[in-house]
Design a binder for this molecule. Sequence first.
Ligand code: PLP
Length: 489
Amino acid sequence: MTAADALDDGSRAVLEHLGRLRSADAPTHGGHVLSYVYDSGLAELDALAREAGAAVQPINALDPTTFPSVAALERGVVGFARDMLRGGDDVVGTVTTGGTESCLLVVKTARDLWRAAGGDGVPTIVAPATVHAAFHKAAQYFGLDLDLVPVSADGSVDAGAVVDRLDARTAIVVVSAPCYPFATLDPIEEIASAAAVHGIACHVDACIGGWVLPWWGDDVPPWDFRVAGVTSISADAHKYGYAPKGASVLLHRGPDRLASQFFTTTDWPGYPVVNATMLGSRSAAPLAAAWAITQRLGADGFADLAARCRRASETLVDTVRAIDGLRVVGSPTGPLVAVATDDAVPAARRVDPHHWADEARSLGWVLQPQPGHVQSDGPRLAATTHLTVTPVTADVLPELIAALVAAADAVRGVPAATATDALGTLSSDLLSAGSLDAATADALLGALGLGGASPLPDGIAPVMALIEAVPSSLAERLLIALLTRLSRP
Ligand SMILES: *Cc1c(COP(=O)(O)O)cnc(C)c1O
């Protein structure tokens, strides 16, 4: 008997309802969504992940002594990741619920070690400005200062500029392999070796690259545990490890770092609490799925999928470079491409990346807009549209390329949306108001035409213009209001 056979009519009706809700979602398979989802193109892997998750559904990954399968699965995934990231026997680690949790935990670990070593005052995280927002979150959650080093317009950072920031307050320096916004591979060897000289932790955020760069090719400079000064690496199994959401690995060089990652207490009347990660009770399903996929694919299977990603990425880079009015930002290392306006051509031939994304969406392709960004003491970073390439992208390349070209043709010469388009006639007092309460934020959203019964806008270009135009504290407050609105009962 299968699980579906056990359902009665009431349950079937509930599932039909769920199916109707799901039909509003962007398609997770078939390569039409170029962010958030990582489609191997292998239906077998999805079925395997589903069955593996179902097999452990009832257990609680909180306690691997009661459920030893949890420990066995974790040993399997950590062992696979350690080989993949070229770590030796001294490299140990855990499976977390995602990239953000891995990033949060490595910062907490570094902060605690920094304090234990006599660090005094407020510790810092030093990182290129392209570091993932998860480190902004970690700084906020755990009370560190985030010291961002400006990057060039192409997304690259000068290693010396990063090294110059390292001092007695630095608890950790973070580099990316590659960074999410522009797929830049940071100068990891130079930065890690300087960090080692100062005894500072050096984390490689390979959340997105960790499960694909190991097989990318010999032209990638060393960025993993082969680099002596690297003390930890995060790599998300739920990205290019093709596992369902809820699985990442965080590996440390040496058991002492891992010990510092734990939270433990015997100081309450209940069971002794020993948590490597942030949650208490948690699902083992994503762990089991990640494990099953590594068993099934092996290194050779991952290498094949990485090769498909690489070929598709190179074709897309060539495609974008050939589209008049668009350009690729920097030189991506890995299966991500950031696309900006080519300012070198006359205005009438330029293509705004957000109008382009909106147009591509109307043709059935979901690309990810990234607003322009003003660095505090560096060049302005252009507005871009981001494409995450997966193995299945290779199967749909001709249609995708045709859509990207057609979308550019449709919006070529249309100027970027401006703050006035976005803000209309709103008074400037409203916009310069300090911290907004929920009612004012809601009213402001409504005035922007975003607060109605269906609060999402048709096109994303004006929203990006809004984010660029207003102070970030206001943009952030409005985004909270928008998202709260979506889930308000
Ligand atoms: C995706 C990503 C993260 C955060 O991971 P989540 O799984 O979304 O929480 C961190 N760093 C990089 C470079 C990423 O690409």
